[in-house]
Ligand binder design. Structure first.
Ligand code: SF4
Length: 440
């Protein structure tokens, strides 16, 4: 087993050491490429430092050797992609700029806009804290910054206007000191031959190993899928050996929504508010179902778009038959697509969507395409969010704590079908004709 631990694996261990242990064995490359969007942004940031020393080896030992040599070279004013090591921990630093005081400013390029909420800013600071910890341990004074994409940037501007430099020296140092106190034991657990003990934690819910091989494996209704369960309650369930929602002791207290989910499992019976089918049947005819697939695009692709705005990639409309609408060309122009959506839904009295993604996309689109503002407003006024109705009035034990369209359709026995607008229509139909047990 490779004893070198990448900083992403190390940070996972703060959530769950067993998850980090598995991740380390399956993805042991500490210098593995980042996700695509961050790679692209990092390449643009690095291009702004033309007279610099680039460490481009993907071999850890070579990269470490070249980085050590650059760090001790007084002529190397800027080092790109430096790799540093502390015990088994390997950290890569996007940009290191020598400072007049003999220290370095480390810069991490974040795949986010400079207006991110505080919590996301803290998360983005974690890798900086790891490298701050390693650099401090090497005896180097370190300032830490995040390069985040400026919300003022627009297509066509120069790259020197693309990033905002956000000073994170103090938070990175404080977090780095905290990490330092547990770093030795976390690394020991990650590289240990035997796996750490599995414990129910909030991270289990989204852990890729949960039902595949860990505490949810072979469990009919895995308890970590219950939403909004705090660490304390999960610990109590863990200590009581509870793995399945069906085995939750009666004495524990839950919110009303959680209680509905638990009772549905215990009674092996879905719950539906008795008014819901009538409410759905009362939706004005004729109806169309609409779904849009969007993607978050870091660099603006349309003249007036902002960085990290979502763009509509495709849409589907169910109106008697299903219509799938895609882009007419490759540069993600949305205008033609949205005109087709407006035409396909024009005669509908109700447009049923699932979730708030479509209304949000329509608001954004009317800002971006002024000529479409009026038809988009008319479309928005006809929208009914089926997810809101389901959350308020329906729970099937096979939702497993999720109201995603996929999970709801699956629980209702609706075969996996594309396009999504057809799945929305099928859920609507299933609720209208609901013959199962209802609220009494
Ligand atoms: S399921 Fe939970 S205990 Fe198991 S590896 Fe994932 S986070 Fe850790």
């Amino acid at each position: 087993m490779d004893a070198r631990v990448g900083s992403a694996t190390f940070l996972l261990a703060r959530v769950c050491t067993l998850r980090a242990w598995w991740h380390h064995r399956e993805d042991p490359q500490p210098l593995a490429p980042d996700h695509e969007q961050r790679e692209q942004l990092a390449a643009r940031a690095l291009a702004q430092f033309p007279d610099s020393t680039m460490i481009d080896s993907t071999n850890v030992e070579t990269a470490l050797k070249e980085s050590r040599s650059a760090l001790s070279d007084p002529n190397a004013k800027t080092i790109l992609n430096a790799v540093v090591k502390w015990r088994a921990l390997i950290a890569r630093i996007d940009i290191l700029v020598a400072q007049p005081d003999g220290g370095f400013q480390q810069i991490l390029v974040g795949a986010a806009k400079d207006t991110v909420p505080k919590k996301r800013l803290r998360d983005l600071t974690h890798p900086l804290a790891v490298s701050a910890m390693v650099l401090s341990d090497l005896g180097l004074r370190v300032h830490s910054s995040l390069f985040l994409v400026s919300h003022r940037y627009r297509k066509g501007m120069d790259d020197d206007q693309l990033f905002t430099d956000i000073d994170r020296t103090q938070p990175a140092m404080t977090l780095g000191q905290q990490l330092h106190t547990s770093a030795n034991s976390l690394i020991d657990e990650i590289v240990s031959e035997s796996p750490p003990t599995a414990r129910l934690v909030p991270g289990c819910r989204d852990c890729p190993y949960y039902v595949e091989r860990c505490l949810g494996k072979g469990v009919a209704y895995p308890v970590a899928y219950l939403p909004y369960v705090g660490a304390d309650k999960l610990m109590a369930l863990d200590q009581a050996g509870v793995r399945d929602v069906a085995d939750i002791p009666e004495e524990l207290e839950w919110s009303d929504a959680q209680d509905v989910m638990i009772q549905a499992v215990k009674k092996a019976q879905p719950w539906m508010d008795e008014g819901l089918p009538a409410q759905v049947r009362a939706l004005k005819e004729p109806r169309a179902c609409l779904d849009m697939e969007t993607e978050l695009v870091a660099m603006p692709v349309e003249d007036d778009a902002r960085p990290f705005e979502s763009h509509v990639k495709s849409a589907s409309v169910q109106w008697n038959t299903a219509t799938e609408i895609s882009h007419a060309d490759e540069d993600r122009r949305e205008h033609d697509l949205i005109v087709k959506v407006v035409q396909a839904t024009a005669a509908a009295a109700t447009v049923v969507v699932y979730g708030d993604a479509v209304p949000r996309a329509l608001r954004r689109l009317s800002r971006r395409h002024e000529d479409l503002a009026s038809p988009l407003e008319a479309l928005t006024e006809k929208i009914v969010d089926l997810r809101e109705l389901v959350v308020a009035g329906f729970y099937h034990q096979d939702f497993h704590g999720s109201y995603s369209l996929h999970r709801v359709a699956e629980a209702l026995g609706i075969p996996d079908q594309a396009p999504p607008a057809t799945a929305i229509a099928s859920v609507l139909e299933a609720i209208e004709g609901w013959g199962g047990p209802t609220d009494e």
